[in-house]
Design a protein around this ligand. Structure first.
Ligand SMILES: O=C(O)CCC(=O)C(=O)O
Length: 435
């Protein structure tokens, strides 16, 4: 599917009856944004949605409940990001904003004062008066029981291969976050880590998302080697005419989503996006991938690995440099380590993650047949073939659906030859290390 076609499609809002997990898989295979409503994602049952909201009045945030949580957790330090703009008024881009920490209680108190000082939804408040509480790892820092009391995974995103517990054991890190911030706080244009998917559930408030289909990021270049932080129309005049014209084009092609309380947005792999908290907001989000998404992760890692190898070519064994590594193996291993520093993962990590995912699918009764029929694992085959396009995934999905047959079919028979071959190669590649 071309970027042109993708960019003209609007997100789909489906209700609980119509959006089965299999229905979602179809949209996931097309790598399209999807907005799940609260019934479908079952967010009304979440502790966070029951406790952190106040209906009818104020800004919607239950500050007392947040303070009670701070007390239960011994008033932890939480990460915050400052939104100050540059002299030209342009806010810093993704990863370039000043970061720090605050005690949760102090943050909540300051937020409540700010909320009381402004009017209504707070659109006229100075958002720079309070940083944005961002990337708070509640599960990692406070335990599964604390996260479980706040929310449950929507079933659509439950097969999470990125969750380190499923492939690395308990190393303790995760990609599970709570965000909380006043009206006008924002996240600049970026795509998600490792080209994974994300889902983001709004607990309180409204967010405005702009989503740019893969490829459209070329339109977002700031003319100085980076991307603009914000492509919304109010910003265009801050740039030279040629940049402004491109931004107008990008904006015209973007998918705009107004996400309300309880709704959950699926952000597809590789889609650049920016987010504005239209009102005071609290949200929960995870990065994740699975047997479909792994193709995107692999393609991203392969491109990054090439860039690392190019950057280190002057110390490759055959380079003639005095500083050169003694053997090709050593040099390759070093390149992969740099890859892990840059991205959080080596290619061996990604294959290990994929193998663990395939093994889990096999272990579930009928799991592999079901996964193949649903199109998951198509990405694995794409990975070992060195491909990774969604076209390939869709073809494999069709062939898998044809052959997988009944859920309780013999797994060996249910496995399409190309997928079986792909898995053999996956195992081989992994046990042989990095080629
Ligand atoms: O809510 C936000 O400010 C940003 C969330 C985001 O970028 C994501 O979930 O991928």
């Amino acid at each position: 599917m071309s970027a042109d076609t993708l960019a003209t499609q609007r997100p789909v809002l489906l209700d609980r009856q119509s959006l089965t997990v299999d229905g979602f898989r179809e949209l996931q295979l097309q790598n399209r944004p999807v907005l799940l409503d609260a019934d479908c994602a079952r967010t009304a049952e979440w502790g966070a949605c029951r406790e952190w909201r106040v209906e009818g009045g104020g800004c919607g945030v239950n500050f007392d409940a947040l303070r009670a949580l701070a007390d239960r957790l011994n008033d932890p330090c939480v990460p915050v990001e400052f939104e100050d703009g540059s002299e030209s008024g342009v806010r810093a881009g993704y990863g370039a904003r000043r970061r720090g920490e605050m005690h949760l209680r102090a943050y909540v108190d300051a937020w409540e004062r700010l909320a009381q000082s402004g009017s209504g939804a707070g659109a006229d408040r100075d958002s720079g008066a309070l940083p944005y509480l961002k990337d708070w790892h509640v599960r990692r820092d406070h335990g599964q029981h604390v996260a479980d009391a706040l929310y449950q995974l929507p079933p659509h995103f439950a097969d999470d291969w990125l969750d380190e517990r499923s492939w690395r054991g308990h190393r303790g890190d995760d990609y599970h976050f709570v965000y909380a911030g006043p009206a006008n706080s924002s996240t600049p244009i970026h795509h998600d880590v490792l080209c994974t998917y994300s889902w983001s559930a709004n607990v309180v408030g409204r967010k405005r998302w702009l989503l740019f289909a893969p490829g459209d990021e070329a339109l977002l270049a700031d003319g100085r080697g980076g991307l603009v932080p914000d492509a919304s129309p109010q910003q265009h005049a801050r740039y030279p005419a040629d940049v402004a014209a491109r931004l107008a084009r990008a904006y015209g092609r973007a998918i705009q989503v107004e996400q309300g309380p309880g709704e959950v947005l699926f952000v597809p792999a590789g889609w650049y996006h920016q987010v504005l908290n239209v009102s005071d907001c609290v949200s929960i989000n995870h990065n994740w991938t699975d047997g479909i998404g792994i193709a995107h992760v692999w393609r991203f890692l392969a491109a990054q690995a090439s860039a690392v190898r190019a950057a280190l070519s002057d110390v490759a064994p055959a380079s003639g440099s005095e500083l050169a590594f003694g053997s090709a193996d050593e040099w390759h291993a070093h390149c992969e380590l740099i890859l892990r520093v840059d991205t959080g993962m080596t290619r061996a990590d990604a294959l290990g993650m994929a193998l663990a995912g395939v093994r889990r699918a096999r272990a579930r009764a009928g799991g592999l047949a079901r996964a193949l029929a649903g199109g998951a694992l198509a990405g694995v085959a794409a990975v070992v073939r060195g491909e990774g396009g969604s076209g390939c995934a869709a073809t494999l999905c069709a062939s898998a659906s044809e052959r997988a047959g009944a859920e309780d079919a013999d797994l060996a028979l249910a496995l399409p030859a190309d997928a079986a071959q792909a898995m053999r190669e996956l195992a081989l590649l992994f046990s042989a290390g990095i080629p």
